[in-house]
Design a protein around this ligand. Structure first.
Ligand SMILES: [Zn+2]
Length: 342
């Protein structure tokens, strides 16, 4: 059970060849210029790391490197039995498993923390910041978004001017004058030709209604019901909140990828998709239901046009940018609106 072992005394980097020997409770170390012995229980045999020599740490700060082959193996087996650590693959596997468990656990915790920040932290922060964005900046963002859309996706309305005026008058009669007031947001009504029946509101209160939505509606009051829903998004600042959240994510991704210009394209994509969360849609629906009831109209008007949109959608399912994508769970929303009706 003797073998030539590399010994380092812990004070110099010099390597010395020694012989290690177990003698009862003591470990004896003998070399040309050194002769020591230690209580075996005060020594520590490190866990194996790949095929590297095992390191035996000595109580005086020195250490030995014991090869895993050629004589070292016998010594390691005895030391391992004595010091309670297992030699060879089983020890390595156990250590590796512990490492993986720790790594997986910290990965899970990290992902959960990021998900929580995304799920709750970001919307919370956006909800705080959105109302503090100055009106001038809100208008600027909205104008930029509308002119981008006018260049890329939208065409001027083909509705006759008197038809547009009639809808403006009806909107004012039901939802109040465009300048807002008494907690109601100011608004401006625009008509455009878009790729499918739809309407959207920009954070400034600019409500854009597509000609095809007017044609699809069973009555002007159904169009007004959609406008009321869009004003709900304005009143609760859903657009700004969504924009802030997406921008933070886009900015973080941009930083990570080292490409901050992706922020700009992220914003453009958001404006083009005008997609809201389910909570935002429900909130806007309830807002619309309140406004319609205050004007003596039934919240079911909104449910009716939602069903028309869904029906129209299912026959034109190949078109891009669907209102169904921005208004999920139509059936659930229609049921909720029925429940809100007198
Ligand atoms: Zn909506």
């Amino acid at each position: 059970m003797t073998a030539s072992i590399d010994f380092y005394d812990g004070r110099s980097a010099r390597r010395q060849g020694v012989v290690l020997r177990l003698d009862g409770d003591r470990l004896c170390l003998d070399g040309e210029a050194v002769s020591r012995s230690y209580p075996i229980d005060a020594c520590r045999l490190d866990e194996p790391l790949g095929g590297a020599p095992r390191v035996l740490t000595l109580p005086d700060g020195g250490h030995c490197e014991i090869p895993r082959t050629s004589g070292g193996a016998d010594l390691l087996a005895q030391l391992g039995a004595r010091l309670g650590t297992r030699d060879g693959a089983s020890g390595a596997v156990a250590r590796l498993q512990r490492r993986w468990t720790v790594a997986l656990a910290s990965l899970v915790v990290t992902v959960a923390a990021l998900a929580a920040a995304y799920q709750w932290g970001l919307p919370w922060a956006a909800g705080i910041v959105a109302p503090r964005i100055p009106a001038a900046l809100t208008q600027h963002i909205s104008d930029a978004a509308l002119s981008t859309l006018d260049r890329t996706l939208l065409k001027p309305s083909a509705l006759p001017e008197e038809r547009q005026q009639a809808l403006r008058s009806r909107m004012a009669a039901v939802l109040g004058p465009p300048q807002g007031g008494a907690g109601r947001p100011a608004y401006a009504l625009h008509f455009r030709q878009g790729p499918m029946p739809n309407a959207f509101a920009l954070p400034s209160g600019d409500v854009v209604v597509f000609d095809s939505l007017v044609k699809l509606a069973g009555s002007d009051d159904e169009v007004v019901a959609v406008m009321a829903h869009e004003l709900g998004h304005v009143a609760y600042r859903h657009g700004l909140r969504q924009l802030l959240q997406s921008s933070v994510v886009a900015y973080a991704v941009g930083l990570y990828l080292g490409d901050v210009s992706s922020l700009a394209s992220g914003m453009a994509a958001l404006v083009l998709e005008f997609r809201y969360s389910r909570d935002f849609e429900s909130e806007a629906d309830r807002y619309a239901a309140d406004r319609l009831r205050q004007a003596g109209l039934s919240p079911e008007l909104l449910g009716q046009i939602l069903l028309r949109l869904e029906q129209n959608q299912s026959t034109h399912s190949d078109e891009r940018g669907t209102l169904l994508a921005s208004h999920p769970d139509i059936q659930a929303r229609v049921a909720a609106l029925q429940a809100l009706s007198p």
